[in-house]
Write a protein that binds this ligand. Structure first.
Ligand code: NAG
Ligand code: NAG
Ligand code: NAG
Ligand code: NAG
Ligand code: NAG
Length: 431
């Protein structure tokens, strides 16, 4: 029971480094921190693990570690791990922490380590401990789990050994600004459910220029001379450039972006063996899609073949199976689209990295809290005390998305149900 409860705990780790923006007042002297960066290979068995993705390798999966400590008091430190996995699973988090506590007693704990997945959809499966992904992957694969934990710990070991004085600066650019200087991230995502977005109140949508977040935010890690040792960027786009019929293991577009940025910085190093570390972390991913051309019907022989899918329901001739999102390289292949979306993010990061950045100053602190989401008690604005319900999954979840359509007669925007629909919901969505 304790274990079951544990699975429903929502784990929240927030890192606070005070970012003071003074550039219009006076230049701020950059503050010194101790910084460490490292890369570890986390690719598990690339064949014969899961049902969808198991015939070989397109690109290895890696963990990139970013370590920030106070120069005066290095025990005040935060460790951010960006994993080329679908999710920063709590079982993986526990495994990494257990190994780190053995190797570096008292240094790393759940309160100062964040484990984040890039949310690719083509990685080696079998490491997640929750029911739904275990059903789709047909169980737990210890070899995959061990590869992710061990490789992540290797990344931390390098970052830890690599700890050296340096400074951090931060930059943020929205797509439209970047496109002026030719470094656009504007074209790296779209909203895959624009009709759902339109259901927001007009007063809400009036706040935004786009129906999707186009911001990229980047932390630049400098050595004492100001040379970049690497960066950690945040941008929102699903790792679904490769379609759900892909059978090769890959880090998808964020894995590609990291590879391109690292190889550009150190062209003579082997991939994954660079000292320059490029982090492309996922942010508010929601309904973002890398399939930026839009969703079209692939219905050979039907009158609607090649036409845009129905706007509200993402269907073709009334069903959703034929409605597929297209990436910018769709005429060539989904691998071409993956390359383009990876390049677009890598160029966006490069643009921010080499642009005007604000020095980061302040102390290094982290906050961590477990929240039991199914019975979280809180107070409404009108003073009533209320509590959240057990988790539930809307059955239109089974419609999948235009990045990976579901099956049978589930469609997006549908809102009626039958008991067997409720059961089937578990089995019929790939995304
Ligand atoms: C998983 O693999 C590790 C390392 O080989 C081993 O120590 C552990 O006992 C295995 N766990 C299970 C459940 O098989
Ligand atoms: C994979 O799916 C895409 C999108 O539907 C399709 O264009 C492509 O032909 C499929 N590839 C294979 C190998 O079936
Ligand atoms: C989509 O649904 C909205 C709200 O029900 C409706 O106003 C609109 O006409 C629909 N659009 C299309 C293209 O069917
Ligand atoms: C406060 O708001 C909730 C939700 O609208 C409502 O159910 C509740 O009755 C309200 N409580 C009071 C004291 O008005
Ligand atoms: C379900 O959708 C129909 C058709 O769009 C709408 O008329 C109805 O109000 C919706 N029901 C609920 C419970 O949202």
């Amino acid at each position: 029971m304790g274990h079951l409860l544990d699975r429903t705990l929502f784990c929240l780790t927030t890192f606070l480094a005070t970012i003071t923006t003074f550039q219009y007042v006076q230049p701020v002297a950059a503050q010194q921190y101790l910084l460490g960066l490292g890369i570890g290979d986390i690719t598990g068995p690339v064949v014969e693990t899961n049902i969808m993705t198991d015939t070989g390798l397109h690109m290895r999966q890696r963990t990139r570690a970013f370590l920030i400590a106070e120069a005066d008091n290095p025990s005040n430190r935060v460790l951010f791990l960006n994993l080329d996995t679908a999710m920063g699973d709590s079982g993986i988090h526990r495994g990494i922490l257990a190994a780190l506590q053995k190797q570096f007693p008292g240094v790393y704990s759940e309160s100062n380590v964040a484990v984040v997945g890039t949310h690719q959809h083509s990685g080696v499966g079998g490491y997640l401990e929750n029911l739904l992904p275990q059903l789709t992957i047909l169980g737990f694969v210890n070899q995959t789990y061990q590869a992710i934990v061990t490789g992540s710990v290797n990344a931390v070991t390098k970052a830890h050994a690599d700890l050296a004085a340096g400074t951090i600066s931060v930059g943020n650019a929205i797509g439209s600004l970047l496109s002026i200087i030719g470094k656009t991230v504007l074209n790296a995502n779209i909203n895959r459910s624009p009709s759902a977005y339109l259901a927001n109140p007009a007063a809400e949508t009036a706040h935004y220029q786009f129906d999707q977040d186009k911001d990229m935010t980047l932390l630049r890690f400098n050595d004492v001379s100001g040379n970049a040792r690497g960066f950690l960027s945040f941008f929102t786009v699903h790792g679904t450039s490769l379609y759900n019929n892909n059978t090769l293991i890959s880090g998808d577009n964020k894995g590609m972006a990291a590879y391109l940025a690292e190889v550009a910085a150190e062209p003579n190093s082997m991939p994954g063996a660079t000292s320059f570390v490029a982090g492309f972390s996922q942010s508010n991913v929601g309904d973002t899609s890398p399939n930026t051309v839009g969703a079209f019907c692939e219905s050979p022989g039907q009158p609607w073949d090649g036409q845009a899918c129905d706007f509200n329901s993402s269907t073709c001739g009334g069903t959703n199976e034929d409605c597929h999102g297209r990436g910018p390289g769709f005429r060539v292949s989904d691998f071409e689209s993956n390359l383009i979306i990876g390049q677009t993010q890598a160029q966006g990061a490069q643009g921010i990295l080499n642009g005007q950045l604000t020095p980061v100053v302040g102390s290094v602190r982290s906050v961590h809290q477990f929240i039991n989401m199914p019975s979280y008690v809180f107070t409404l604005a009108n003073g009533s005390t209320v509590l959240t319900c057990p988790p539930a999954m809307g059955f239109s979840f089974a419609a999948g998305t235009t990045d990976g359509p579901g099956a049978f007669d589930f469609i997006q925007s549908d809102n009626s149900s039958t008991p067997q629909y409720d059961l089937n919901t578990y089995f019929k969505s790939k995304f």
